[in-house]
Design a protein around this ligand. Structure first.
Ligand SMILES: [Zn+2]
Length: 441
């Protein structure tokens, strides 16, 4: 199986023999090599720590080189370079396949596919990348002016491998490029489940998922926030940088109703008229890119319904703590994404209990639906008022959202949506959402 590149199958089988008296060394070798071939660099590092064999150390060193973490691998020639606060676009560099970006507080990098040339990319793309990465802390970044880039011809989806981005992939045309931002430093988040999914996508659909390792989620931590994206669209910054390389005319994000038509997942807003939407659409257009929201008209519940009808449903999982192909069953994602699918979770786990008792409830509209769907009302007596009305309308599509999607994708998305789920008979129910209104947004 290993020799025919069936990494998931080979690794699953070998894992059963990790402590077998006769096969252990062979099995350990297969497991770490499978991870290496799947570009699961953090997995390789963890495994080498667990089994410190000489050949594992060699693979771990190579994996560390791929990650290039924490400035260790910053090329010597860049070590004295400072942040250029006058010409903001002069802060981008390339060394080998790695793009290095000097920001006011240090360096961030991306490991690009072979053949990528930073010097060939349009300045408007560097401008947009700079804005999505540091707009909250460097207001001058919003003032960068460049000439406009012409639109390319292809669409790419910023693809996390979770339920929402899978639903987006299922609604978009099949020639959409799928690309994964891979957090390149060790953290609680595990790439195990997405990487297994990408393998299946390759086997069954014959489609590649382009993985781009980067550590840009650390920028926020300098400002006292948790590791994560600087702005909503930083999740797709690798695609902004790759837009000329891939000849892109648009970047799609799998953002559901919950974060588009609802504010903080609990109060309706007219997103089309929002400052946020109008600002970013214009910024993307200046970089020759449409900002595409293929599941803006679908809730997280609707996304689950769509994924349930896919041949890949068994491999789709939003849990970020999964290991060895299994979801944890104890995190908030497992509660509201795996539980309603009938997957075994523990609603009494610490994390789930804490979040169920936090008011206002996080991702409220969807969480309430999930509670109802799993029949867990008895666990949350304090939410009885919010759970009076049946919430099955939440699983259906919001037809007015289709208008937010640019042609030529709208027709395909509409046709595909109708294959999977019905429209809400009464969209007013969404317009009226205003949960925990006593609490400020
Ligand atoms: Zn989980």
């Amino acid at each position: 199986m290993y020799n025919s590149s069936e990494w998931v199958k080979a690794s699953n089988l070998a894992e059963e023999h990790l402590f077998c008296k006769t096969n252990d060394l062979f099995a350990r070798d297969i497991v770490i090599r499978c991870m290496y071939n799947q570009q699961n660099w953090n997995g390789v590092l963890e495994f080498a720590k667990r089994f410190p064999l000489e050949q594992n150390k060699i693979l771990a060193d190579r994996a560390r080189g791929k990650i290039g973490d924490d400035g260790e691998a910053l090329p010597e020639r860049f070590s004295l370079i400072e942040w250029d606060d006058v010409n903001l676009l002069e802060n981008w560099y390339q060394y080998g396949d790695t793009v290095w970006w000097r920001h006011p507080w240090g360096w961030t990098h991306w490991i690009m596919p072979a053949g990528f040339q930073l010097s060939n990319i349009h300045p408007s793309l560097l401008a947009l990348a700079t804005k999505v990465l540091i707009k909250p802390w460097v207001p001058e970044s919003t003032k960068i002016v460049t000439e406009r880039r012409g639109f390319g011809t292809k669409l790419a989806l910023s693809f996390s491998g979770g339920m929402d981005s899978m639903a987006a992939a299922l609604l978009l045309p099949t020639d959409t490029i799928l690309s994964y931002h891979e957090r390149s430093f060790p953290s609680l988040l595990s790439h195990d489940l997405p990487i297994r999914l990408f393998d299946e996508i390759k086997q069954r659909w014959g489609r590649d998922v382009l993985q781009v390792p980067s550590n840009h989620e650390k920028i926020r931590t300098i400002h006292g926030k948790q590791v994560g994206f600087s702005t909503d669209y930083a999740a797709g910054v690798h695609l902004i940088l790759l837009a000329d390389y891939l000849n892109l005319e648009g970047i799609a994000f799998g953002t559901p109703i919950d974060n588009i038509w609802l504010q903080k997942g609990r109060k309706f807003r007219d997103f089309k008229e929002s400052w946020h939407w109008n600002y970013w659409v214009k910024e993307f257009a200046n970089a020759g890119l449409h900002l595409v929201m293929p599941i803006n008209h679908i809730s997280e519940a609707g996304a689950m319904k769509i994924c349930q009808q896919s041949d890949l449903i068994e491999c789709i999982n939003s849990c970020l703590r999964g290991r060895a192909g299994k979801f944890c069953g104890k995190c908030w994602k497992c509660f509201h994404k795996n539980g309603p699918l009938g997957r075994k979770i523990d609603p009494m786990s610490n994390e789930i209990q804490i979040l169920l008792h936090k008011i206002p409830l996080r991702t409220a509209q969807h969480a309430l639906w999930a509670i109802q769907r799993m029949g867990l009302e008895y666990v949350v007596p304090h939410l009885s008022k919010e759970l009076i009305q049946p919430l099955d309308w939440w699983e259906k599509a919001y037809a007015p959202g289709l208008d937010l999607i640019q042609r030529p994708w709208r027709t395909t998305i509409q046709e595909n949506t109708e294959k999977f789920i019905p429209y809400m008979e009464n969209p007013e129910l969404l317009h009226e959402v205003n949960l925990f209104s006593d609490y400020p947004l």
